[in-house]
Design a protein around this ligand. Structure first.
Ligand code: GLY
Length: 424
């Protein structure tokens, strides 16, 4: 009987490999090739500046913002009075290594190298990763996980060296220094009016801590990640599994307030926040094997599939934004969601619906509606993301993290399908 089952499984695997080869993956190849050429030209253009590509400068229109936020401009935040300096609009917006997004460009170069085997991409990835070395001594943000795990974390996977683990561990120690025991969370921001702000995005920084525990054999990093995840699960979510953006705590661990900073309103579901949440709890299940994280990730994923109003599954910037012809999509939220769905779908018996949804998003992002034409888009891969609409910043523009998670999604998809670049 066992033999019969085994031959059945082998036949099924052979059939699926056969089908994989005959399916049309030209959209995957187009995405990878576009990314490779865009990233190489961006790497060349900014070499020697010590800076990294972040987005393209865009302005905003107050009437449009009033329509999207459904409130009067007299209630708008001060930052809305700061338009890009004259002559900047449409040009490349760079950032320095202390910006929260600094790890994404080197990380994208690593993924593009991994997907293609192109040695130029590898040497570019090494060059831009090494720029971030001083971050190992930085303590001024929770985003150390994004900055160092996406750059050095991928370097360790793809081009290991004896010096990389120390960078990851030193950075993890600094991230842990932001953990407050009486609250049970890692502090997100050092700016603003809040006593102890924690944003849902912070779930994404936990992967660095899981990595540090693996590298050192010391569970203290993982223990902090778990306490942060549990506390966030208890306080950051509404009964319908949508997440608040910012939860600020009093020193005794009680909640001071729940708000938004980048969403439409305090009670809305900011699209990228929901994406960070489903990705973060999927990672927590991968790293701990604790079913409560899996169940939670599924509940968030189911909510996302119900709430995203766009036909092509690339969400509007906030699930509660009024949907009209002018409502911007957030390709970055789509890319992060696709990554999570493609992992979550492998963890549960009825995972096909998550895999299909992840594939649908990736296909949409690989279409001409989102994928840049080679040589355009200031070297970015995807168009149409939103950074912070209520702050008048990065509205309907490329973002380096949209590109990073798009490439991560393509890598996950290729692995799921058992594809190599040469098969495409
Ligand atoms: N972590 C900031 C953002 O998602 O925009």
């Amino acid at each position: 009987m066992k033999k019969i089952l085994l031959s059945f499984a082998l036949a099924a695997a052979a059939l699926s490999a056969c089908q994989n080869k005959t399916e049309d993956y030209s959209w995957v190849k187009k995405g990878i090739d576009t990314a490779a050429s865009q990233l190489k030209s961006a790497a060349e253009e900014i070499r020697g500046t010590g800076m990294l590509p972040r987005s393209i400068w865009v302005g905003y229109d107050m009437d449009f913002l009033e329509r999207q936020l459904e409130r009067d401009r007299s209630t708008f935040v001060d930052s809305l009075r700061a338009l890009p300096a004259p002559g900047k609009e449409g040009t490349l917006r760079l950032c320095d290594i202390y910006d929260w997004t600094s790890g994404f460009f080197p990380g994208s170069l690593w993924y593009a190298y991994e997907l293609t085997g192109d040695q130029t991409l590898k040497s570019d990835a090494i060059y831009y990763t090494e720029l971030l070395d001083p971050i190992r001594r930085y303590t001024g943000t929770h985003d150390l996980g994004f900055m160092i795990n996406c750059s050095y974390g991928n370097a360790l996977r793809l081009s290991p060296s004896d010096t990389i683990p120390a960078v990851l561990v030193e950075t993890s120690d600094n991230l842990c220094s932001r953990f407050k025991d009486s609250i049970g969370c890692i502090r997100s921001w050092d700016f603003g009016p809040w006593n102890f702000p924690v944003i849902i995005d912070n779930m994404m920084n936990l992967d660095l801590l899981f990595t540090a525990s693996r590298l050192t054999g010391d569970s203290k990093y993982k223990d902090i990640a778990i306490r942060h995840a549990d506390h966030t699960m208890a306080n950051h979510f509404r009964p319908d599994y949508t997440s608040w953006h910012v939860v600020s705590y009093n020193d005794d661990g009680t909640v001071e307030l729940r708000q938004t900073f980048q969403g439409k309103s305090d009670d809305s579901a900011w699209a990228r926040g929901q994406a960070w949440a489903v990705y973060g709890y999927t990672s927590c299940y991968r790293e701990t094997g604790d079913r409560k994280y899996l169940d939670f990730a599924r509940n968030i994923a189911d909510m996302i599939m119900t709430r995203v109003a766009a036909e092509d599954a690339v969400p509007y910037w906030d699930y509660n934004a009024p949907v009209t012809e002018e409502t911007p999509r957030d390709a970055s939220a789509g890319a992060v969601t696709a990554c999570a769905m493609l992992e979550l779908g492998t963890m549960v018996p009825d995972g096909q619906k998550y895999l299909d949804y992840g594939e649908k998003i990736l296909k949409s992002l690989s279409s001409d509606a989102y994928l840049a034409a080679p040589g355009e888009n200031c070297g970015f891969v995807l168009m149409h993301s939103v950074g912070s609409l209520p702050n008048g910043s990065e509205i309907d523009t490329p973002l380096n993290y949209a590109d990073y998670y798009y490439l991560e999604g393509l890598k996950r998809y290729m692995e799921l399908k058992g594809l190599a670049y040469s098969d495409l």
